[in-house]
Design a binder for this molecule. Structure first.
Ligand code: FAD
Length: 318
């Protein structure tokens, strides 16, 4: 079933969805199943699985030369999606990125997803690789998520890259995209960012999931600005609890989001890791309660593999 169908079939209800990461290479699927077994209690209609492109490592040889090798630290997105659907009967939403993919690779990936009966994808650009200053598109690949959305929409219309395929079989993907209540860090301003968000919707995207944020007023303002810009699709807030003090600095640095004063003050009072977790959970529960009151269609939890914290938040709001 499509993500957006869940929303239309549960009017006035706030659903709970989760995002999980594939394990590091060498890790086991049983860790993922343990996490998912615990989350099933909360009846998620769908679960997102992130995609991680390859990274480059440099190995120094005795001669002094450095060898550059590409490694994928977290492969397995598609396999995990198939396992989720098979084992739990829950819809899986694989993330698909532009970085590392040619258009041909993207087409083949979409064909695999379609054959697995996966009905949803979250279409993203991906970030720059660790050694790059800015995102550089793969040769023959897409520069922006907008182009990826267009390619998926083309396949939904039966249009493939090979012009000789005249009446290709139509896929039927529901397309999610990313949204940024505090603006994407590369966009010069919010209007610019929203312009391209609106373009992605026009191209065929069906819903938005937001970047994590810690101040609900930013989310409500974002929704208002989207609506004013003519973006009418469902907007799903992304929630991630603070669980460690160092995240007060690390999260803004990595995700370009602000920490509200009150949360910073509370976090600085924590005298142990356990106290910090309690503060983060309390904050997330308060955020979720307000979002539910405001009637958001779904709350999306960035679990980061932390089932205990996610479960405590869910138990605090349901
Ligand atoms: P885009 O929509 O391409 O936007 C990137 C920037 O370019 C923005 O500033 C935008 O305003 C601007 N822009 C957009 N289109 C155009 C255009 N046509 N011309 C000029 N400027 C344009 N990353 C991963 O690697 N794997 C994941 O699994 C993953 N999951 C994510 C899930 C969510 C919910 C979110 C919010 C992010 C996720 N990311 C993931 C991170 C994401 O890839 C980065 O935030 C990335 O920097 C931007 O992705 P995007 O799809 O928003 O890019």
């Amino acid at each position: 079933m499509k993500v957006t169908d869940f929303f239309t079939q549960s009017p006035g209800k706030t659903l709970m969805s989760f995002e999980i990461l594939p394990p590091l290479k060498g890790g086991s699927m049983s860790d993922i199943f343990r996490l998912l077994d615990a989350l099933m209690e909360f009846k998620p209609p769908f679960i997102d699985v992130t995609y991680h492109r390859e990274e480059y490592v440099y190995t120094k040889h005795e001669s002094g030369y450095y060898e550059k090798t590409a490694i994928r630290k977290r492969p397995g997105t598609v396999g995990i999606c198939a396992a989720i659907m098979h084992k739990y009967g829950v819809e899986a939403v694989p993330h698909l990125i532009c970085g590392g993919f040619t258009r041909e690779d993207t087409e083949n990936a979409l064909i695999d997803l379609n054959f697995l009966d996966i009905k949803n994808v979250l279409a993203l650009r991906g970030d720059a690789m660790t050694f790059e200053e800015k995102f550089n598109p793969t040769v023959g690949g897409h520069s922006y998520a907008l182009d990826l959305v267009r390619q998926i929409a083309d396949m939904n219309a039966g249009k493939y890259l090979d012009p000789n395929i005249e009446k290709g079989s139509k896929t039927d993907f529901c397309i999610g995209i990313a949204g940024y209540p505090e603006k994407h860090f590369e966009a010069p301003n919010m209007d610019y960012d929203l312009h391209y968000t609106a373009e992605k919707i026009k191209a065929g995207a069906n819903y938005i999931v937001t970047q994590m944020y810690f101040d609900n007023s930013k989310f409500f303002e974002y929704v208002n600005r989207c609506r004013a810009a003519g973006i009418t699709v469902p907007i799903v807030p992304g929630i991630k609890p603070l669980t460690r003090k160092y995240q007060l600095a690390a999260i803004p640095r990595k995700f370009y989001v602000n920490m509200p004063d009150e949360l910073v003050k509370e976090a600085n009072k924590a005298t142990s890791d356990a106290a910090m977790v309690d503060i983060g959970i309390e904050w997330a529960i308060a955020q979720c309660k307000e979002l539910i009151k405001e009637g958001v269609p779904c709350i999306h939890f960035y679990t980061m593999g932390d089932v205990k914290t996610t479960s405590r938040i869910l138990k605090g709001i349901l």
